[in-house]
Design a protein around this ligand. Structure first.
Ligand code: HEM
Length: 157
């Protein structure tokens, strides 16, 4: 493997780790811990958490997509030749990007408007009812991506 490919796979793996690890931390660790706060404080905490994390997520998405297709073109003979596990990985990868974009431009935009208007109860409802299922979905898809990344090269097909 060339040095360029080693850099690309490193960027790919690190960006994927930080994206999915970040979701795991938010969903499984911070969320239950933040329950001890008053609802008004909690929703404002989440606004700050999302604002910081989502900037990183766009960066991770850019790195993952560019490095992933770069590797497919350089090391796997292009889109036509690429093995099944990488077709599955890129398919699920795009699904994750769509889910995140949907979250970002849909419920998260509405959440921010509610916060600006200091309608914190409504913001909390959007977070729990609309944002949380999408975040849980991407945690599940991201976990599947890691299993594919770790095992795909050994698939018999
Ligand atoms: C968007 C389209 C994507 C493309 C085109 C793509 C492509 C690739 C390629 C070419 C490899 C190298 C496979 C090998 O060396 O056997 C790889 C590995 C991997 N990918 Fe992706 N990928 C994408 C999305 C994702 C996403 C969204 C995640 C997780 C969030 C992810 C996680 C991984 C992991 C964990 C590996 C294994 C890294 C390692 O060998 O250490 N990928 N991917």
């Amino acid at each position: 493997m060339s040095v360029e490919s080693q850099i690309a796979i490193s960027l790919h793996a690190v960006a994927a780790m930080l994206w999915v690890g970040g979701i795991f931390f938010a969903y499984r660790v911070l969320r239950p811990s933040a329950m001890m706060l008053e609802p008004t404080d909690r929703v404002q905490l989440w606004q700050k958490v999302f604002r910081r994390f989502f900037v990183w997520v766009w960066l991770f998405i850019g790195l993952i997509v560019i490095s992933g297709y770069w590797l497919i073109m350089k090391d796997f003979g292009g889109l036509e030749q690429t093995p099944l596990y990488l077709k599955v990985m890129s398919g699920i990868g795009w699904l994750m990007v769509i889910v995140f974009a949907w979250l970002f431009f849909g419920p998260y935009a509405k959440f921010n408007i509610r916060i600006e208007q200091y309608e914190l109860a409504e913001a909390g409802q959007i977070m729990n009812g609309q944002m949380r299922p999408l975040i849980a979905l991407n945690l599940m898809l991201g976990t599947i991506e890691f299993i594919i990344g770790a095992t795909g090269a050994y698939w018999p097909i």
